[in-house]
Design a protein around this ligand. Structure first.
Ligand code: HEC
Length: 149
């Protein structure tokens, strides 16, 4: 449990950490990959960062765990487990620079601030050292703060 609170604190700052600690007995809302995350990525990213090799941009594949956490040719990493602030997907989702913005404005796709917060939570609570944790496969892991289903 402590690790879960820590993960959230890192993701959402001191205010959230304080709130989480003071509500230590309250049930924690866990991220459910199937319910909370999958649709955001598939609707907005998979067209260019999904299974279709010919369409894939920048070598980034977000429909598989190994692709999502891989070092890219640019030297960046899509999702850095436990560190949303180092995760290039978050940098690209939140930048004001239209040339870098993901999804590209010209694609007509848009990710809401709430959805960005969910993806931050995904990155912040992902513990990649738990090698049994696939990002996109049906899997549940109660210990690492994220439920993937
Ligand atoms: C319409 C196609 C398209 C969609 C949809 C799209 N991208 Fe991209 N993405 C690109 C292209 C083209 C590049 C390479 C050019 C660049 O780096 O901006 C890129 C690059 C990136 C990079 C940088 C990779 C690197 O090498 O450093 C990240 C991270 C990224 N996209 C994340 C996302 C995320 C997250 C989504 C969904 C929310 C998304 N993209 C949706 C086309 C797309």
């Amino acid at each position: 449990m402590a690790r879960w609170y820590l993960g959230i604190g890192v993701g959402f700052g001191i205010a959230a950490a304080t709130a989480a600690l003071s509500a230590a007995d309250a049930p924690v809302e866990k991220l459910d990959f199937g319910r909370d995350v999958r649709a955001i990525l598939s609707n907005n990213c998979f067209k260019c960062h999904g299974p279709d090799e010919k369409q894939r941009q920048a070598g980034l594949r977000l429909d598989q765990r190994d692709g999502a956490i891989a070092k890219l040719e640019s030297g960046k990493v899509g999702i850095v487990a436990g560190k949303w602030s180092d995760s290039e997907i978050i940098a690209r989702l939140t930048t004001d620079n239209a040339d870098l913005k993901m999804p590209p404005p010209s694609s007509g796709k848009k990710v809401s601030p709430e959805q960005v917060a969910t993806l931050k939570k995904l990155a912040a609570t992902l513990h990649i050292n738990q090698s049994s944790l696939p990002l996109l496969e049906a899997h549940r892991n109660e210990n690492c703060g994220i439920i993937i289903s």
